[in-house]
Design a protein around this ligand. Structure first.
Ligand code: NAD
Length: 485
């Protein structure tokens, strides 16, 4: 089916399909296909190829064959290729943005545009980064030098919430450090990745970046493959554990970016009113389908009642709808599996009788996976909405009085991805931040990322980091040379 015929609001993709995998520089289809849906309309927008085991084998073999020549290029030569890739993506930017909204649901004019712009910027900037050799000892007797060598073939597995950004976050550092890749996107959102894979073949040597689509099996085949040296995975903690187990056969290197249940703590005396739009976006952006969304908002008792009233008043003005509509603030939930999880969570909130000052009822008759913006007022610590990662537009706002207790509550989770602390006294807020168990803690700001800022989870939110020098190093082996003088 041609995606153009299904495009809403008159915005179309300049690409007719069919969507093909990229293996050894060639567009490759499959006799086996699966349907990709528009979550705002429930309509099928395209059929994507489901890779056979032989095709995954072929992709890994192509990446393996291409890797030595790719690694033999200088950093400058690889950088020129990666920059050319950023240019090629830029030339197709509008199409990718529309595709992202169509298969993922996020608003085209805001979140989808930001994701694609940011992803292309990332590729361009990472192309400028280098891992220089470091001389750590130079005595009259000998020299010790630390270098970083490529790992070989990297398998990349991505989720459905930010498929473009999270995919390109992996590709750019993998390629610049001299590795080649086989990437497998989520079966819910394969189209943008297939398309950026096709675009890559116009500028990169064949076999350097291969894309295979399919369900979970194709991911498993990558994690089990003896010629894959590393898995760079973003997804749920449950799947991350399976990836880790399967990767043990050949001791693959792993970067696991997993789930989170991020707390935000608002301290007494905070001038919260100007922060409400920021806190709203941080919790509900991408309809809450965000690993680092605020998922528990702890507000001090002295502010709680006014805060809740003002926050709810602000949130009530926001719209949920088709992401192609420029008036939409939040799009649908991306897929039926996640929609079902949210229905179960909403039913639990209803059955337990928690106070819900905004939202709370999912309209089952409306086509698409739409969930209303929902606020839960001070649910108990052990409630599902506090304990679980909802991954939807529902936020528990929790009243607190004792600082030690709220820090304990914030840390009382298997997750440790990110957190934020908000307060009038920066040093006091930093003191609180120091006690939070998370890979990233923001103070009086949130969701700042950067090419040179490492990002990764503590506890069961992950292993290793992406971005920063450390993120680049994770695509390499450390090699120590010692020379007698
Ligand atoms: P998921 O774990 O269900 O799927 C992620 C990917 O893994 C998909 O491509 C899927 O096909 C593949 N997969 C499934 N089973 C596999 C297996 N046995 N072996 C190999 N691959 C397999 O996650 P999701 O639902 O797509 O994404 C949502 C989750 O991702 C949330 O928990 C969210 O917090 C997390 N996430 C984390 C980050 C981060 O940076 N920490 C970023 C975005 C999303």
């Amino acid at each position: 089916m041609n995606i153009q015929t299904k495009m809403a609001h008159g915005i179309r993709v300049d690409f007719d399909g069919p969507y093909t995998m990229s293996i050894d520089g060639e567009p490759v289809g499959s006799n086996d296909t699966f349907e990709v849906y528009n979550p705002a309309t429930d309509e099928v927008v395209a059929n994507a190829p489901s890779a056979t085991r032989e095709q995954v084998e072929h992709a890994v073999a192509a990446a393996k064959a291409a890797q030595p020549a790719w690694a033999a290029l200088s950093w400058e030569e690889r950088s020129a290729y990666v920059t050319a890739y950023a240019d090629a993506l830029d030339a197709h930017k509008q199409e990718i943005i529309t595709l992202l909204t169509t298969e993922q649901g996020k608003p085209r004019h805001s979140m989808a545009t930001v994701e694609v712009d940011y992803a292309i910027y990332w590729v361009r900037e990472v192309a400028k980064r280098r891992l220089e050799d470091e001389v750590i000892e130079d005595t009259p007797q000998h020299v010790v030098k630390v270098a970083h060598t490529p790992l070989g073939v990297v398998g990349a597995i991505t989720p459905w919430n930010f498929p473009i950004l999270l995919g390109l976050w992996k590709i750019a550092p993998c390629l610049i450090t001299g590795n080649t890749m086989v990437m497998k996107p989520s079966p819910y959102t394969p189209l943008g990745t297939l398309r950026f894979g096709e675009i890559a073949q116009t500028v990169l040597p064949k076999g350097v970046l291969n894309i295979v689509s399919g369900g979970n099996d194709q991911g498993r085949w990558l994690t089990e493959h003896p010629d894959v040296s590393k898995i760079s995975f973003t997804g749920s903690t449950a799947t991350g554990k399976k990836v880790m187990a399967a990767s043990s056969a050949n001791l693959k290197r792993l970067t696991l970016e997993l789930g989170g249940n991020d707390p935000a703590i608002v301290l007494p005396g905070t001038d919260y009113e100007p922060l409400i739009p920021t806190l709203f976006d941080a919790a509900y952006g991408n309809s809450g389908q965000w690993c680092i969304a605020i998922k528990r908002l702890y507000v001090h008792d002295s502010l709680y009642d006014d805060f809740l009233e003002d926050f709810v008043a602000y949130a009530a003005e926001k719209t949920v709808g088709n992401g192609m509509d420029p008036n939409t603030d939040l799009g649908p939930i991306q897929n039926k599996m996640q929609f079902g999880k949210l229905k179960s969570l909403f039913a639990d909130v209803r059955e337990k009788g928690y106070s819900v000052p905004l939202g709370g009822e999912i309209d089952e008759d409306r086509p698409g996976n739409f969930v209303p913006i929902t606020v839960v007022d001070n649910p108990p610590k052990d409630s599902r909405v506090v304990r679980e990662e909802p991954f939807g537009p529902i936020l528990p706002i929790v009243r607190w009085t004792d600082l030690g207790e709220v820090i304990d509550d914030a840390n009382d989770t298997e997750f440790g991805l990110a957190a934020s602390v908000w307060g009038p006294d920066r040093d006091a807020a930093i003191e609180v931040a120091n006690r939070i168990e998370a890979g990233t803690v923001w103070v009086n700001e949130i969701h700042i990322h950067g090419i040179d800022i490492p990002f990764g989870g503590h506890k069961q939110s992950g292993m290793g980091v992406e971005n920063g020098r450390e993120g680049l190093e994770e695509f390499t082996n450390t090699k120590t040379y010692m020379f007698a003088k």
